[in-house]
Write a protein that binds this ligand. Structure first.
Ligand SMILES: Cc1cc2nc3c(=O)[nH]c(=O)nc-3n(C[C@H](O)[C@H](O)[C@H](O)COP(=O)(O)OP(=O)(O)OC[C@H]3O[C@@H](n4cnc5c(N)ncnc54)[C@H](O)[C@@H]3O)c2cc1C
Length: 411
């Protein structure tokens, strides 16, 4: 291999999705040589922001206050907030099979909002634009990593086109089907939810009231997440509809009018009729968790370490917390003159992140089973429990704080 074809770094991040790009920005100002490698071409500037069901990104994230504050800390939030984000003030959750209902309000915890719904492409554009402006991270875009090998304490990644990047530490932020994770031999525990999530943007007859709506059905949860619009008519929502794969297949085959009718009925017409719908996408849902996050200089981040049911919208929120903690550990190592590959540095990251991620995944699994079970005693328990919880303000405050990624103490 010729010397000009090889580049050496202190840290290489594979994957410029939300988690990888956020980590790159969070470590950009450290005294480290960092590279970010992304398989896909990455557009320059901002995505167009028009207003119709066809122009919103079908992939959105419900960002917690903890994630918003992390994005603010790395300088990526103000650009997002000034373009398009919906601060939602309320959340309405109800049992599709009974009378149980819980309403959460930001006012109950003396906050202006419970969180923000933001299109993924906007978050990504803000992270990448800030990285480009900063200029300290070497970006290789449109160049997938093809192979990985190890030699004398360095991990070598061969990129499409022949370039080789080497580093003692490689972060796998290459998503749920991470190749870097598999090449490094990490063990994962995974299982199929037997659910597919259909996502789309819809227009509704009545305004969403800056409320995130979720109906739990035995076949899976259905969420309507409020989207922002300039005139504040509040008619656009992003939907996440989890159903069995065979039902998803049928729903995907419906024409738009029939799909809107089915969707409106399943949502009990809480926002009136569903009047229009964008192109739909369907994702199979698998839960996956790596037994370890660190192995011989390779570190797992975001969906490469854990994928979780989208019912509580926590996936990228966990990924941003991973990025924040890993960046903190890199900073700590630099301050103390430690090499990033020092086992103590990376194992601190694993220790700080694994327990919390596992707990959130277990909670989501519990929720899914609770609402999937049609047996009468559980249905009664669910409905009585939800009604009781709705009136138990101190406990509700703790749940809201947890869901916002804040401390358990009421605000
Ligand atoms: C239907 C649905 C709804 C969701 N809603 C929410 C929500 O409301 N809130 C929330 O917090 N989370 C939500 N999630 C989860 C969230 O979308 C994911 O957790 C998040 O996108 C994962 O980000 P990531 O950066 O870890 O991985 P990804 O977004 O998958 O990024 C991985 C990147 O790595 C690149 N890559 C892959 N292979 C290579 C390679 N060989 N070389 C170089 N680059 C490579 C890919 O091109 C990609 O850019 C939802 C998920 C689903 C399926």
């Amino acid at each position: 291999m010729s010397a000009e074809n090889v580049a050496d770094f202190d840290l290489v991040i594979v994957g410029a999705g939300l988690a990888g790009a956020a980590l790159a920005l969070a470590v950009a100002d450290l005294p480290l040589k960092v590279a970010l490698v992304e398989a896909q071409a990455v557009r320059e500037g901002w995505p167009p922001i028009d207003e119709s069901v066809f122009d919103y990104d079908a992939r959105v994230s419900a960002l917690t206050e903890a994630s918003r504050s992390f994005l603010e800390g790395v300088g990526a939030w103000s650009d997002i907030a000034s373009r398009r984000a919906c601060a939602y003030t309320d959340m309405d959750v109800w049992d599709g099979e009974g009378t149980g209902r819980i309403h959460f309000a930001a006012s109950e915890v003396k906050r202006a909002a419970l969180g923000h719904i933001v299109e993924n492409r906007l978050i990504n554009a803000s992270l990448i634009n800030n990285l480009r402006e900063n200029g300290r991270v070497k970006c290789y875009f449109g160049t997938p990593v093809d192979t990985m090998s190890r030699h004398q304490g360095l991990i070598s990644l061969q990129l499409a086109g022949g370039k080789i990047v080497r580093s003692p530490v490689v972060v796998a932020a290459d998503g749920a089907n991470s190749k870097v994770r598999d090449w490094a031999g990490f063990v994962t525990r995974e299982w199929d939810y037997h659910h597919h999530a259909i996502v789309a943007t819809v227009e509704t007859e009545r305004p969403h009231g800056k409320t995130a709506w979720q109906r739990f059905l035995p076949e899976g949860p259905l969420a309507f997440l409020p989207l922002p619009d300039n005139a504040d008519e509040q008619r656009y929502c992003s939907i996440v509809w989890s159903v069995k794969p065979e039902i998803a297949e049928q729903l995907m085959l419906l024409d738009d009018d029939d799909f809107c009718r089915e969707l409106g009925a399943k949502f009990e017409h809480r926002l009136g009729a569903v009047v229009a719908c964008s192109r739909r996408f369907s994702f199979p849902l698998r839960q996956r968790h790596a037994a370890d996050y660190v192995c011989d200089g390779v570190v797992l981040l975001g969906d490469a370490a854990h994928t979780i049911h989208p019912l509580a919208g926590q996936g990228i929120n966990l990924g941003f917390q991973d990025a924040m903690v890993l960046a903190e550990e890199c900073r700590r190592a630099c301050d103390r003159g430690l090499a990033l590959s020092d086992t103590a540095v990376l194992s601190r990251y694993q220790r700080r992140r694994k327990g919390g991620n596992l707990a959130m995944m277990a909670m989501m699994e519990g929720f899914q089973h609770l609402f999937e079970t049609p047996a009468m005693p559980l249905r009664l328990l669910r409905n009585t429990g939800m009604r009781w919880l709705d009136s138990a303000l101190p406990l509700k405050r703790q749940i809201i704080a947890k869901a916002m990624g804040l401390s358990d103490k009421p605000q």
